[in-house]
Design a protein around this ligand. Structure first.
Ligand SMILES: *Cc1c(COP(=O)(O)O)cnc(C)c1O
Length: 352
């Protein structure tokens, strides 16, 4: 090793799902929304003037911040926007997880949490989900340096009821509790209604899944004014201009179309429920999912084998070669046509 390499911060990075260059594939591997963003976004994009890109964007992203606040019925000072919820979560780790005590998160969860913890040198302890892949709330009652979990959880899709989420928050008054609600719009009840009662609660949501805008990179946190203030202090110590002018404009446009949002979410939920029936009939088992994916295991054929056969056929799903979940496939809910092609392939393949 060269001398200078001794001072390099070494990290094992997060591995995002594959974005294949291949044409005509069915892409059910990164939980993207199969429907395009609202026509209002298309219209706003058309009306954007490239000349305005000469200027720096509004560092506070006020237009978007106010639209998000109005959407959720909170004060704009309770909103922190960022470049996807990954950016918001990373800032939150940096701002709030500074204890000598370990932060707590589930053993099976979003695989970015341990990456950020390692990057920022935050001690952590994983709490095992039970056999039904549920979070055991009592595991989070012990002394700790902070708590984070997704609700619904990823990649399991399992939803925790609001009263249990509140139990965890109530038992953790001395640390910040982050609820990552990337999939909450597909049938869960948000913990955002608790932010006025718990000053230490941060709720994080994203435009990537339910708003069909993963490519635009917009996420945000909702919390007490105090928490949001601390987040802004960290952000302005790092990069003032996180949100670009296009994201601010198009994100605001997306929020002006509730009808489209509700319709596309309802369609995905309907396709998900049908997917559960089809998969069960094909011999798959899965925990009940409240997200835009199903995490399923086949009674006979190994997940890795299915993953490879599907890939060969141009159907991409996600496979995690990790303890406890290496016999599961995470299948994103696509359009009805895409799911039908998946079922047709599986029906044929499983006959063999
Ligand atoms: C997709 C996802 C995110 C990140 O989404 P962004 O595209 O960065 O907004 C965060 N948490 C979970 C659990 C996710 O599944």
């Amino acid at each position: 090793m060269q001398g200078w390499e001794k001072n390099v911060r070494r990290v094992i990075p997060y591995v995002p799902g594959e974005q294949p260059k291949r044409e005509n594939i069915i892409k059910l591997n990164t939980n993207e929304n199969p429907y395009p963003p609202s026509p209002k976004v298309t219209e706003a994009l058309r009306q954007m003037d490239a000349g305005t890109l000469r200027k720096y964007p509004d560092p506070s992203a006020q237009e978007l911040t106010e639209a998000i606040a109005a959407q959720h019925g909170v004060d704009p000072e309770q909103v922190f926007p960022g470049v996807g919820s990954d950016d918001v979560l990373a800032m939150a780790f940096l701002a709030f997880f500074n204890s000598e005590k370990p932060i707590l998160f589930p053993d099976i969860t979003y695989s970015f949490y341990d990456v950020w913890a390692d990057l920022f040198q935050i001690p952590y302890e994983r709490q095992p989900l039970n056999e039904a892949f549920e979070i055991v709330k009592e595991d989070y009652y012990k002394d700790n340096g902070g708590v984070i979990f997704p609700n619904p959880n990823a990649p399991t899709g399992v939803l925790m009821g609001l009263s249990q989420v509140e139990d965890i928050i109530r038992h953790n008054g001395d640390v910040v509790v982050i609820v990552d609600e990337a999939y909450i719009d597909f049938g869960g009840i948000s913990a955002k209604c608790l932010i006025d009662r718990y000053e230490n609660l941060l709720v994080v949501q994203t435009f990537s899944k339910s708003r069909s805008m993963a490519g635009m990179r917009i996420g945000y946190a909702l919390g007490s004014k105090k928490l949001i203030h601390y987040l802004n202090d960290v952000k302005y110590s790092f990069n003032s201009y996180t949100m670009n002018a296009t994201a601010i404009r198009l994100g605001t446009a997306a929020l002006s179309d509730d009808a489209y949002f509700e319709e596309t979410c309802a369609r995905i939920i309907a396709t998900r429920e049908r997917t559960k029936q089809e998969l069960a009939a094909l011999g798959f088992t899965f925990a009940d999912s409240f997200a835009n994916f199903v995490f399923a295991s086949h009674e006979r054929v190994l997940a890795k084998e299915l993953f490879e056969a599907l890939r060969e056929a141009g159907i991409y799903v996600r496979y995690f070669n990790k303890p406890r979940i290496d016999n599961y496939l995470r299948i994103t809910i696509g359009t009805d046509e895409e799911m039908d092609r998946l079922f047709t392939f599986l029906r044929e393949y499983l006959k063999k």
